[in-house]
Design a protein around this ligand. Structure first.
Ligand SMILES: [Mg+2]
Ligand SMILES: [Zn+2]
Length: 162
């Protein structure tokens, strides 16, 4: 079994102060310390996943294809910085428009990844900047670490590092 870190995207990896919805590469600004911090988590034996609500798709602001393309670029940028993102799941729905089982605070996206990659829940955690991330974590049976939005996460993850 592997241990894993489930990362929220916006406010945790990508700075969303200027653009609340980030769907184009020129809007993609990384939060301070992200590359170093993910490298540290990886060196400590964690697989890295991204789990993101993308309600802007349901709102018609951008398409699923836009997000898939952006996530390809995201994975390439991380790869250039020696970081492997094992998988990314996103929910394209919005609670204003439809009901779904995947949008955080629902735990389904995290549960899917736990099952698909045989993740050890006791050793794993979700890192997010929102209460909905914490509810999704506890719903999936893993611990939640709430960080300050768009801030270097290092002070919050030191417990995870040897
Ligand atoms: Mg967030
Ligand atoms: Zn959904």
């Amino acid at each position: 079994m592997c241990k894993a870190i489930f990362l929220d995207r916006d406010g945790v990896l990508i700075d969303n102060q200027q653009y609340y919805y980030v769907w184009k590469s020129d809007q993609m600004k990384f939060v301070d310390g992200v590359f170093e911090n993910l490298q540290l988590l990886q060196e400590n034996g964690f697989l890295l996943f991204i789990v993101s609500n993308q309600g802007g798709i349901s709102r018609g602001l951008y398409s699923k294809e836009d997000i898939l393309k952006l996530h390809d670029e995201l994975i390439q940028t991380f790869r250039k910085n020696k970081i492997t993102i094992t998988d990314i799941l996103f929910c394209p729905h919005h609670s204003d428009n439809e009901k779904c089982l995947c949008r955080k605070p629902e735990p389904l996206m995290v549960e899917k990844l736990i099952a698909r990659y045989n993740i050890d829940k006791a050793e794993s955690a979700m890192i997010g900047d929102n209460e909905s991330d914490m509810i999704a974590a506890s719903g999936a049976g893993i611990s939640g670490i709430k960080i300050e939005a768009n801030q270097n996460m290092l002070p919050f993850i030191s417990k995870l590092l040897q």
